[in-house]
Design a binder for this molecule. Structure first.
Ligand SMILES: Nc1ncnc2c1ncn2[C@@H]1O[C@H](COP(=O)(O)OP(=O)(O)O)[C@@H](O)[C@H]1O
Ligand SMILES: [Mg+2]
Length: 408
């Protein structure tokens, strides 16, 4: 039986879906995480603790586990936090993998921008602000409005639009406070980019020996104009005209190549600006949160199964996305405070086309809105014959929800 080592950070949304996919494939799982509590005692032999903040040490622990306890056929990081450790470990174990330098570049927005610029990939103009730099002047250089963002976080955390030089300077201070709050170095570089106005799409893909196969292109029908960039609705297939879609896919492929990515899932965001398509970013992982549940391939195969099959070198032929349209809505967090309740859940579930609603923050728990927030309130899923019907179902279901948040 093939054995896969899954890197499951304690905060991941993906544990169930990956473990389920492994069992559907008849693959044995070794679970690796930062804390032992996440693992059942009965799994002693198939569990290990990894210092994910130290990818080198985490990779060494994986290699030692494979040598001393049980060999593994693939190392798969289920999301961002484990990708570098997975690439380093897979390299040392002689498994197909992305170069660690490429993965490191995807985890550092300045490293990404620099590599993309060197390869001439179309992206927003950017400058880097270090402590003491005149952010207002840098904002004027890239052109206003601009976007100020940390180089290291994800999920739009700390990403802010600024319309004038003074607002850009203020945003940079706020980014530094958010970095400190996230336990990261507040004196690190901050990016200042030109704001690319226009629709945005997300591309879900899979790289095999450097060749990009597109699994899905998602439209994001809610305008992402800032000042913060909360993700809401994703709908696939994209309604963009075919030539624009092709330009988007070409840009993502060029971006992955420029970064040096060759193997495994990629998740990318692209803006369709007035002057053409611009790459926002490429990550060396699949789509975040529970959003992958909107995707089904071939005879009902999940994205997690596709990723595991690829990592294990199993066949992937005929794995086209289903013919129906599908979508997901990441439920917005309207304000920070304490979550009292979410009403209207049954009415939302009863909307035709809605296939699921998962709330991922429990009652009584704190919730934080962007730009500080880092968790999703929950996810709504829909399937219908057309993208329009999917979007409509998601909007109608969302209108039933009453999110009650109390000041804390
Ligand atoms: N230069 C930009 N122009 C327009 N929108 C941007 C720009 N940079 C970021 N955004 C918006 O902010 C979102 C999050 O930014 P991104 O760089 O992807 O960071 P994260 O890693 O947090 O997802 C993007 O999906 C996009 O909507
Ligand atoms: Mg992003």
């Amino acid at each position: 039986m093939p054995r896969v080592l899954l890197i499951l950070p304690t905060g991941t949304y993906r544990a169930t879906d990956f473990v389920r996919a492994a069992s559907a494939l008849g693959v044995e799982v070794v679970v690796a995480s930062e804390h032992r509590q996440a693992m059942a005692v009965s799994m002693e032999d198939r569990a290990l603790v990894l210092p994910l903040d130290h990818p080198d040490a985490a990779a060494a622990a994986i290699v030692a586990f494979a040598a001393d306890r049980s060999p593994v056929d693939a190392v798969v990081a289920v999301d961002e936090q484990g990708v570098l450790a997975a690439a380093l470990a897979a390299g040392r174990l002689g498994l197909a993998h992305n170069p660690a330098t490429a993965v490191a570049a995807t985890r550092d927005k300045l490293g990404s921008r620099t590599a993309l610029a060197a390869a001439g990939v179309d992206q927003p103009a950017f400058r880097v602000a270090r402590p003491g730099d005149d952010v207002a002047a840098l904002a004027t250089e890239v052109g206003l409005p601009c976007v100020v963002k940390p180089v290291s976080l994800s999920g739009s955390r700390g990403v802010m639009r600024a319309d004038d030089p003074a607002a850009a300077a203020e945003a940079a201070s706020r980014v530094r406070a958010i970095l400190a709050d996230a336990g990261q170095d507040p004196t690190g570089p901050v990016l200042v980019e030109s704001f690319v106005a226009g629709p945005e799409v997300a591309v879900e893909g899979l790289l095999t020996r450097g060749r990009l196969e597109v699994l899905a292109v998602f439209d994001k029908p809610d305008p992402l104009d800032g000042p913060y960039f909360e993700e809401t609705i994703y709908v696939t297939p994209s309604r963009l005209p075919a030539p624009t879609r092709e330009a988007v896919v070409g840009l993502v492929a060029a971006g992955a190549t420029a970064l040096g990515l060759v193997e495994g899932p990629v998740h990318a965001e692209v803006r369709i600006g007035a002057d053409g398509v611009r790459l926002v970013e490429v990550a060396a992982r699949s789509i975040g949160g529970l959003c992958s549940r909107a995707l089904r391939f071939g005879a009902g195969i999940s994205l997690e199964e596709v990723i595991l099959r690829h990592a294990l070198g199993l066949g992937l032929d005929g794995l086209r996305r289903e013919d129906q349209a599908a979508g997901v809505m990441m439920l917005p967090i309207p304000r920070s405070g304490c979550l009292v309740e979410v009403g209207g859940v049954e009415s939302a579930r009863a909307v035709p086309g809605i296939e699921g609603l998962e709330l991922t923050i429990a009652r009584g728990r704190p919730v934080r809105a962007l730009p500080e927030g880092d968790r999703y309130l929950g996810f709504l899923f829909a399937r219908a014959p057309t993208p329009e019907a999917v979007e409509d179902a998601l909007r109608r279901a969302h209108a039933h929800l009453e999110v009650v948040i109390e000041a804390s």
